[in-house]
Design a protein around this ligand. Structure first.
Ligand SMILES: *Cc1c(COP(=O)(O)O)cnc(C)c1O
Length: 443
């Protein structure tokens, strides 16, 4: 499978496409677009025979080489999985209409751990000579911690985490470059958007990014998108024997990376009938899904903060799906927007009905799934898998408020809250940022 830019015309000649290795190592095409798979392969023959006996790592070790034929053999695939995943997705059937796919068993309790862990491992395996590489990432919430954990100790790789104004938490200073490690946390006086802009500008500064061999660990990197496809396929293989009718997934959406990964799972041949695009009150793509051009709405602060996005970074990837097959997309994407009050009520209802604690992002997906099922009379013939993207214990207070229940917070989560000092504090400008990076190399 080759990769092309979302800005490149479809069906172009193969000389403008790049290999998976080049796509993950450079990660931003020169034309300002994002990398997406070029001609998508139907690989259903590789997973249709799998069932609940097939482990997640066996699935990945089979599916990845068939997708990345010629670049990735079964041996490098199993080395990547072994090095990436000491956690797996877990699917629980709740009743005839709903299952839940728990994606929160990684080190930071977020589904993002899957993409990040795979990217770190694959960059290791693809660079056989361990040539030097500098990975940049705009860091918010626990994503920076997930990236630091996945990349710590990887030979030849340094990681710059760019933080906005505010506390920096959960990193281990022993892993910082001045202390002999490979992590460089830099804080800017600015917002998260400034961090993302700086990362993108640095990658597009060709001479600088060539000097340090720069790529990104943010979701713009197709090496984070691909592994998210695997857990959709895994969920399908685990549940298919119990299905009598249609299958849908409900995905809590912020930047729409997870949603796009689901669409790719479908393109790769997974039998599925719908994807619920579960948004919170920001409803960033409500108009877009309704057939109108995207306009940025006012940002809304909600109780599901990971979904508080007003310009989804994967919009151009989603648009490329609509350009290719608008009518098909209208039949497979089901947008829904859920307000804060309803999120709390859903946490309570899911607890009462299934004895299942869910975090607010998962609650958005649950409520959206129920609403969509009611609107389209899915009951009894469409089974919906709700993606649990965050660990409920990270929202213990909210869960107590909604259900009266006290959930135990795993010991490992407590260290995620610990404040640390970044190694530099700079203004949000490209030259200051590049100077800060350069000075770390002369330490
Ligand atoms: C990041 C995140 C999301 C949103 O995922 P996108 O791929 O940005 O749409 C949903 N839930 C949780 C818990 C997250 O951390």
């Amino acid at each position: 499978m080759r990769f092309r830019s979302t800005n490149a015309p479809e069906l172009m000649s193969s000389d403008t496409t790049v290999s998976f290795k080049d796509a993950v190592l450079s990660c931003l095409p020169n034309d300002g677009g994002l990398y997406v798979p070029d001609k998508v392969k139907d690989i259903r023959q590789f997973f249709l025979y799998m069932d609940e006996q097939t482990s997640f790592s066996d699935l990945v070790s089979t599916v990845a080489p068939s997708l990345l034929e010629g670049e990735f053999n079964p041996l490098s695939a199993s080395r990547t999985t072994d090095s990436a995943f000491d956690f797996t997705p877990e699917i629980i059937r709740l009743d005839d209409d709903f299952s839940i796919l728990n994606l929160y068993n990684g080190p930071t309790g977020l589904y993002k751990d899957f993409g990040i862990a795979f990217l770190a491992a694959v960059l290791d395996v693809l660079r056989k000579d361990h040539s030097p590489l500098l990975v940049l990432a705009a860091a918010r919430g626990d994503t920076g911690i997930s990236i630091a954990r996945a990349f710590t100790g990887r030979k030849g790789i340094n990681v710059v985490l760019v933080y906005p104004t505010g506390p920096v938490r959960g990193l281990d200073p022993a892993g910082f470059v001045p202390n002999g490690g490979n992590i460089i946390p830099i804080q800017i006086r600015g917002t998260f958007d400034d961090c993302q802009r700086l990362v993108n500008e640095t990658i597009r500064d060709k001479s600088f990014s060539a000097r340090y061999s720069i790529t990104s660990a943010n979701a713009i990197n197709p090496g984070r998108l691909l592994p998210q496809v695997f857990y959709y396929l895994y969920a399908f293989t685990r549940i298919k024997k119990q299905l009598s009718g249609d299958l849908a997934f409900s995905v809590p959406c912020g930047n729409f990376g997870n949603f796009i990964a689901g669409l790719y799972a479908w393109k790769f041949g997974m039998p599925v009938n719908g994807f619920v695009a579960a948004m919170n009150a920001n409803n960033a793509l409500g108009g877009f899904f309704g057939g109108r051009d995207f306009v940025q709405g006012p940002p809304v602060k909600t109780n599901s903060p990971a979904l508080d996005v007003s310009i989804p970074s994967n919009l151009s990837r989603l648009e490329s799906f609509y350009r290719e097959a608008p009518a098909v997309m209208r039949n497979i994407a089901y947008p829904a927007s859920i307000g804060d009050d309803f999120v709390l009520k859903t946490i309570e209802r899911v607890w009462k009905k299934y004895h299942l604690p869910v975090d607010p992002h998962t609650a958005v997906a649950f409520a959206a799934a129920e609403q969509t099922a009611a609107d389209h009379a899915w009951k009894g013939h469409t089974h919906t898998i709700v993606l649990a993207t965050g660990h409920y214990a990270k929202y213990a207070d909210l869960i107590r408020k909604a259900t009266g229940q006290t959930v135990t917070v795993p010991e490992s989560f407590k260290s995620l809250r610990k404040k640390v000092d970044p190694i530099a504090l700079i203004p949000p400008q490209l030259d200051a940022f590049e100077n800060a990076i350069a000075s770390c190399y002369s330490l």
